[in-house]
Write a protein that binds this ligand. Structure first.
Ligand code: CA
Length: 228
């Protein structure tokens, strides 16, 4: 299981998909995207998410059918599904929940509200990854509020540096190759040069040492990076 909570967005409207993905990524989640129900099912088979935000009206396979299939399969039943729908009728809501959806949000929704629902589902399916404060030496990282401090002083980190640090802090001492960091921090479907990893590790080091502490990130020659 990946260090970061993984959310799959299945939404055919690109603008909505991207706004949601942007916000989830900014909070440190790993985000995958699918444009229709069929692609959504394929992505679950390949790399099951912790939470799925699933639009009701989708091309090819509808959201309700995707939900039904995932909830009857013991291998995928545990994925928390939040259904999105433009439909407001109570009868549809009931149908959505009967199909096994864990939550149901009506469009238009507020992104803040939807993010709260995602966190709430994550708390249920992966209690250790949400609201958890990771500690390493004098560094504290709060996954929920996105705050990082060192020796009591708060540090300013960009979203990528935050994800890098949370990956490092989940397994102190572990050596991560640049490719592994790319997978965890950027996601496997985005093409990023491995040198980008070095750039962001550099920024992370700068942020972590800004208050005068020593550099906790170790470069392991020929292998990658580790914390401590
Ligand atoms: Ca739709």
């Amino acid at each position: 299981m990946s260090a970061q909570p993984h959310v799959l967005i299945v939404e055919d409207e690109e603008a909505q998909r991207e706004v949601l993905a942007y916000n989830l990524e900014a909070e440190g989640f790993r985000v995958s995207r699918a444009e229709d129900g069929e692609e959504g099912l394929l992505m679950v088979a390949e790399d099951a998410p912790d939470v799925m935000v699933l639009d009701w009206m989708l091309p090819r396979v509808t959201g309700i059918e995707v939900c039904r299939r995932l909830k009857i399969d013991p291998a995928t039943r545990g994925i928390a599904i939040i259904m999105l729908s433009a439909r407001t009728e109570e009868v549809d809501k009931v149908r959505g929940l009967e199909t096994g959806a864990d939550d149901y949000v009506t469009k238009p929704y507020s992104v803040t509200e939807l993010m709260a629902r995602v966190r709430s589902q994550l708390r249920r399916v992966r209690p250790t990854t949400v609201g958890q404060v990771l500690a390493y030496d004098d560094i504290l990282l709060d996954a929920e509020t996105h705050r990082v401090s060192r020796d009591g002083e708060s540090l300013k980190l960009g979203p990528t540096e935050f994800r890098l640090l949370s990956t490092f802090m989940e397994k102190p001492g572990r050596v991560w190759s640049r490719d592994q960091l790319l997978d965890r921090v950027w996601g496997r479907d985005i093409y990023v040069d491995t040198r980008t990893v070095d750039v962001h590790v550099g920024r992370l080091r700068k942020a972590l040492t800004a208050t005068g502490g020593s550099d906790p990130v170790r470069t392991v020659r020929g292998a990658g990076y580790a914390l401590g």
